[in-house]
Design a protein around this ligand. Structure first.
Ligand SMILES: [Zn+2]
Length: 421
């Protein structure tokens, strides 16, 4: 059961086409008879939205729901749990011979929080207005997962030359932390899938490159003293200020050295300090300060260069000076999140396939990070292409246009046709 909400009972489906579900937790049970393959993406999306899979909660109820849905189609799911068995990835192979690489369709099951956002409806009950479907995750990115699941009966029925794999992850929104266990598992598959399509919202455009993200918390431990006796203290805030200034200068250097022909906006690796906390009172030399910071490396850039630069400055300059006065002084930097950039591939099979399926010739770059770089680093040709606009993601009254879901459905149907005899 997912926390924070009333129990949602997943639809139970039988092979003879009976489907029974609670549409929302507070609704009464009703039963419909429909053919399994008549499930529309929007019906499936309504079910997925009703699971509160905000990253800090468990996603197991939604994973169970998807696994049951696939099991009714005769498809087995590989559930890859996190260390506490509170969250899981789901990997499933549909159609095609097992000894052929296949195509991965990838999505994340978690969503960003709704705390403090001004929603005009319950974010976890999908609503339809003006050709749009509203709810947390409709755009980012349960809409894509819903179209994958809606097409599953057709995929299973089709005579595919190579399989289609569903790869649904957790904890994407908190730094792409969940997917690695699944990618390790996929990497053991022989043969390895040859292409991965990440269905993040791109308005169904072909995105072949994006920046990465590296986020850290740096903590400084100094010595407390009365502020009139600074010679007895070692200020953690002064040290933090020097480290933050080092990051500012690094950021300026990257900006000033930018290759202006880069398609990215801005065309350089950005560095930002998001929060800084330290000290306890104006008349106490602070013994503690920490700050959270991040950088977003361009594809092809050394992912660790900014981190290494800060670590070197801390170890060679700031810490020795602190230790001269207070030998127990410490500067620690710990990882919050890390996802590599997606690099544009030369002669990319993924790009070629997705361009053919969408009928588009243009490619785009994205400012946001996705799991794509992790799949690419595991030797799968990867692009990002999915329904909905990133402008609607993470916002109150998040929505996806029904026309975008239809495009996603048509895209996947063409993929099935392209892989069929
Ligand atoms: Zn997303």
């Amino acid at each position: 059961m997912h926390p924070g909400r009333q129990a949602y009972q997943a639809p139970t489906q039988t092979l003879n086409g009976q489907i029974t579900f609670y549409a929302t937790p507070q609704h009464v049970l009703h039963t419909q008879t429909m053919r399994i393959n008549a499930q529309q993406p929007r019906d499936i999306l309504a079910q997925l939205i009703s699971f509160d899979t905000v990253s800090r909660h468990s996603n197991l109820a939604m994973i169970d729901h998807i696994a049951n849905y696939l099991a009714d189609l005769g498809v087995e799911s590989d559930i890859i749990y996190d260390i506490n068995r509170q969250k899981a990835n789901l990997f499933a192979t549909l159609g095609g011979p097992a000894d052929v690489p296949g195509i991965v369709l990838s999505g994340h099951t978690d969503v960003v929080p709704v705390d403090g956002q001004d929603w005009s409806q319950d974010p976890f009950t999908m609503a339809e207005r003006d050709g749009k479907l509203f709810g947390r995750g409709t755009c980012d990115m349960k809409g894509f997962i819903a179209t994958c699941l809606a097409l599953a009966p057709e995929i299973v029925k089709a005579k595919l030359r190579e399989p289609i794999h569903f790869a649904f992850s957790y904890d994407e929104e908190v730094g792409c932390r969940g997917v690695s266990g699944m990618i390790d598992k996929i990497s053991q598959r022989n043969p390895l899938p040859r292409i991965c399509i990440i269905g993040e919202p791109t308005s169904m455009r072909v995105v072949n490159a994006h920046k990465g993200i590296c986020a850290y918390r740096t903590t400084i431990l100094g010595r407390e003293a009365h502020s009139s006796k600074t010679d007895f203290g070692e200020s953690a805030i002064f040290a933090a200020a020097r480290l933050v200034e080092h990051l500012r200068l690094t950021a300026n250097g990257l900006r000033d050295g930018a290759d202006q022909s880069s398609p990215f906006a801005p065309p350089y690796t950005t560095v930002s300090v998001g929060t800084l906390n330290g000290g306890s009172a104006i008349n106490i030399v602070p013994n503690h300060c920490s700050f959270d910071w991040e950088y977003r490396p361009l594809p092809g850039e050394d992912m660790d260069s900014v981190l290494n630069s800060l670590n070197d400055f801390a170890a060679e300059v700031v810490l020795p000076e602190m230790k001269a006065n207070f030998p127990e002084a410490e500067i620690r930097t710990e990882l919050i999140a890390r996802a590599p950039a997606l690099r544009e591939e030369y002669d990319s099979p993924a790009e070629e396939l997705v361009k053919t399926l969408t009928g588009q010739n243009d490619t785009y770059v994205a400012a946001y990070a996705t799991e794509a770089g992790l799949f690419q680093d595991a030797c799968m040709s990867t692009v990002v292409c999915g329904p909905g606009s990133i402008d609607q993601a993470h916002r109150p009254d998040e929505y996806v246009e029904i026309s975008q879901l239809n495009e996603s459905e048509a895209f996947l149907r063409k993929l099935v046709a392209a892989l069929s005899d």
